[in-house]
Design a protein around this ligand. Structure first.
Ligand code: 5RP
Length: 294
């Protein structure tokens, strides 16, 4: 029922209080539009400003790699522990429960398989389909120094233009080719190019020498890929060093789903990323959870 004059005036306008403005926790993202920030908040925890993205998109060029042969069996049980799922639209539609309501980062570039020149990618998802799937971001591979470097960068800038029209963040994924050095100098170059050309955030690899210069010179958040499977303690140490040196989290695949105890591992990674748990303690936490599960 509408207010009437007979009802006593109970309004409170808090005239002595300036309107509050909640700061946005992600580096370089304060000037983005509301929809973009809202999507990013489905990827990065608003509390820690960091993310544990579970990457399972490898099949788009590697096929059913170890640990991803049956995503329904091996990955769906991990979803409760991830902040975000990174996958292809094929896996999302065929296997991921539609009740999963955290962020989905959609693989949006592809083309060649591991049998061919990997940098020969094109855009593989339209912005319309990404919106239909309620994606929180789209991800595109950028091959700085690769044979098709310019096209891969153009793939990214096209997605950035489309994403800016609809409020869709773009994750620029710096790909490391066989012949490219994996050092801080290369990572600085690749991540900075992605950010300068409009990536909302950037994924790269951790390097043991000078990673803090990679995060310092990239004006937007960086997440690290896990890379090839390492012993669990080493993977937790890498995650710790990365966030300690300025990364906003991990986009980790094989070091979680190829672990002997993936559910324990993802929870240990989350402790490191969100709570800065030191690697030794995180490894003990992993072992305790693993023992409890067996
Ligand atoms: C494939 C990718 C993967 O998502 C990325 O490499 C993360 O997975 P992993 O931790 O297994 O390296 O972008 O191109």
């Amino acid at each position: 029922m509408a207010d009437t004059d007979s009802i006593p005036e109970t309004k409170e306008f808090f005239l002595d209080k300036p309107q509050s403005a909640t700061p946005f926790p992600l580096k370089g993202c304060q000037n983005l539009d509301w929809g973009m920030k809202n999507r990013l908040s489905r990827i990065f925890s608003p509390k820690s400003g960091r993310t544990v993205m579970l990457a399972v998109d490898h099949g788009y060029f590697m096929g059913p790699t170890s640990g991803l042969e049956r995503i329904d069996v091996t990955i769906n049980p991990l979803l409760d522990y991830a902040d975000t799922l990174m996958c292809t639209r094929g896996i999302l539609r065929s296997i991921t429960p539609a009740t999963f309501n955290k962020g989905v980062v959609l693989r949006a570039s592809g083309g060649p398989s591991i049998l061919k020149e990997l940098s020969d990618e094109h855009i593989a998802v339209s912005m319309e389909d990404a919106l239909r799937l309620n994606a929180a971001a789209v991800a595109v591979q950028v091959f700085v120094g690769g044979e098709f470097e310019t096209r891969s960068i153009h793939n990214m800038t096209q997605l950035v233009d489309a994403g800016n029209r609809y409020g869709m963040p773009v994750l620029g994924v710096t790909a490391v080719g066989k012949d490219l050095a994996r050092d801080a100098k290369y990572m600085r170059l690749a991540t900075r190019i992605c950010a300068e050309l409009g990536a909302t955030y950037v994924k790269t690899y951790f390097v043991s020498e000078g990673f803090e210069t990679v995060t310092a010179s990239c004006p937007v958040p960086i997440v690290i890929a896990g890379g090839k499977k390492l012993p669990e303690k080493e993977a937790l140490t890498m995650a710790f060093q990365a966030v300690d040196q300025g990364a906003a989290g991990v986009d980790m695949g094989r070091n979680i789903f190829q672990s002997e105890a993936p559910i324990a591992m993802i929870q240990a990674v989350a402790k490191v990323v969100h709570e800065n748990m030191p690697p030794k303690q995180a490894y003990e936490y992993y072992l305790t959870l693993k023992a409890g599960a067996s």
